[in-house]
Design a protein around this ligand. Structure first.
Ligand code: ADP
Length: 274
């Protein structure tokens, strides 16, 4: 599913003394099955942009086209509801939205809400819990007995069970221990590759962007400054520094070695080194 953002302007508190332009005539495209990272310093508009992609906020001006559905200034709830079926969103600290008495019921909640029968919802919940490596004997446990990292994975399974074609993830590893951090990031990469889902990641972690994203979109002051392959943008130390972003460790190391006259080639993911 293609998402096209066309001349998107987003103004908070329009027409009041608190009026604030968060996005200013932004145009870009998200192609199916790719892994995107949206980066930029705090306040650049990342969170506003992703909320437009699934209809949580409607444009002040311009349009967002999600497949053949159009989100504009006056789009009706019926269309927004359709868009939300295609575009899933994992908010920051998604475990805060867990509420049911068992893990299984919590993951079934989304599919049930979409109109699936109990049996269908249960089949989906079991599929995604298994994908996450949750053993069947744990399905009846309370999600509140789990560790922070496990709770987050259950919450993510609840979004995956709705089988969105596009999955937006906002700072998905905030507050996680290093092991859960890697597990959660590997999970998104896996579902992108196995189910051909588009992933749109918002993060401050440039190591994760370098490791996982195919394409990067750099925002500043509500505008799109640069977009393109991850390697082109994340190896540009000046650009990253200008935007108060960390330089990925591997890029720092490679450039340090180059300065010492040692040429070091990074091996692309999933490529065997000989
Ligand atoms: P980021 O996610 O990159 O930190 P945001 O999209 O949250 O950026 O914010 C973009 C701009 O819009 C910022 O200047 C921010 O202060 C402003 N903003 C965000 N949310 C609101 C809001 N609810 N009301 C008013 N201004 C907001």
């Amino acid at each position: 599913m293609n998402i096209t953002v066309d001349g998107l302007t987003s103004i908070y508190h329009a027409g009041t003394p608190f009026e604030h332009i968060a996005l200013d005539h932004l145009t870009t495209t998200f192609e199916p099955g790719k892994y995107y990272a949206i980066i930029g310093r705090t306040g650049s508009g990342k969170s506003t942009l992703i909320q437009h992609l699934n209809g949580l906020i409607l444009p002040t001006e311009g349009e967002v086209q999600v497949g053949d559905l159009t989100l504009g200034k006056k789009t009706k709830q019926r269309i927004i509801h359709q868009v939300k079926k295609h575009v899933g969103m994992v908010f920051q600290f998604p475990e805060h939205q867990l509420f049911d008495e068992t893990i299984l019921k919590d993951v079934m909640f989304g599919p049930l809400n979409m109109g699936f029968t109990e049996a269908e919802a249960q089949a989906r919940a079991e599929k995604y819990l298994s994908l996450l490596g949750v053993p069947e004997r744990a399905f009846g446990r309370s999600p509140f007995d789990l560790s922070g990292g496990q709770m987050r994975k259950i919450a993510i399974a609840g979004i995956l069970a709705m089988e969105p074609e596009v999955l937006i993830v906002d700072e998905p590893t905030a507050g996680l221990d290093p092991k859960s951090h890697i597990e959660v990031m590997e999970l998104f990469k896996r579902i992108q590759q196995e189910f051909d889902i588009t992933i749109i990641l918002v993060t401050h972690d440039m190591n994760d962007v370098f490791e996982y994203a195919d394409e990067v979109k750099l925002l500043a002051a509500g505008g799109l400054i640069r977009e393109g392959p991850t390697e082109d943008i994340l190896t540009d130390e000046l650009l990253l520094t200008d935007h108060h972003l960390e330089i990925p460790d591997i890029v720092k190391l490679t450039h340090d070695l180059e300065r010492k006259g040692i040429v070091f080639e990074t091996v692309p993911r999933n490529t065997e080194a000989f």
